[in-house]
Design a protein around this ligand. Sequence first.
Ligand SMILES: [Zn+2]
Length: 359
Amino acid sequence: MPTPPEAARSRALVTTRHGGPEVLEILERELPKPGPGEVRVQLRAAALNHLDLWVRRGIPAGHWPVPIVPCADGAGVVDALGAGVVGLAVGDPVVLYPVRSCGNCTACRAGDPPHCKHFGMLGEHVDGCAQEHLVVPASSVLPKPAQLGWAEAAALPTTFLTAWRMLATTARLQPGETVVVHGASSGVGSAGIQVAKVLGARVIATARRDADLQRARELGANDVLRSDDPEWSRAARKLCPGGVDVVFEHIGGELFSASIRALRRGGRLVTCGATAGHQVDLDLRKIFFHSIAVLGSTMGSLAELETVVTLAGRGALRPEVGAVFPLREGRAAMQALEGRAHFGKIVLQVSDDEAPAAT
Ligand SMILES: [Zn+2]
């Protein structure tokens, strides 16, 4: 049988089964073809999220299908159009909306896929961006902000969309309010600092390393606190007498309970994750006596991502890239994510012909 031409093949980083980084392998696959209303994107960079760790480890058990290509986030160039696609051309640089949903329910029709029963992410139940080519609905790509490098563009969607929805939409953060942003060195934390500043708030950032606190200040944090100091919530109340207006939470564990104590009466805690533990010790008396609102938030809508992309295009938001690895070093990239030694996102350089901007 004749060998297919090289251009008809596409490389992908694949989580072949559940386990440690050793389950990641580079596999060659047939080049996908876009169907009606779809585009094929030649990816230049893809960004890792904690979701990729849960999927790879298979936690919770039975929830994640394998094999699967990781990375919800990606940026690249449109390289093929399906039938009926208008408004896009081959060669357009784009970032991907990382959400998948049914498209037909009340939430989807209202433009709010995070409330869809079939909500999911790229790299979760369908293949993600750690591959050279991905076919997606034409409606799910947005123009890449010109001043962002490929690595930065890939690092933008999930973290900034999540942070934007948490603070602007869910917690309704107001100009002049004070917000504690936890985990400043993480992708979503460094995004939270920038979004809070865009919204005109005063930011108290927390992290576990002094170097990360310094970087948080450079991103615009007005004050910084070590989150491993058991007295940090008391210190926050000293900086903001009466308590802070909002806490931006994504870590869980003990930090969650202490965050409730840092809030003023009538304050809001908004949470999108629990990387340090999802079972927390909560004194309900604080919640009702102090009229505390605990708000959950997941990802965001395409319209919210458009806002984020527009703000990034104006230079108001800029993703922090902690490290860039070539696609073939996907295992090392995931170990870097697990090691938490970097400030900002871990990014995979997907194509070899054009290096993404590393910072
Ligand atoms: Zn739906």
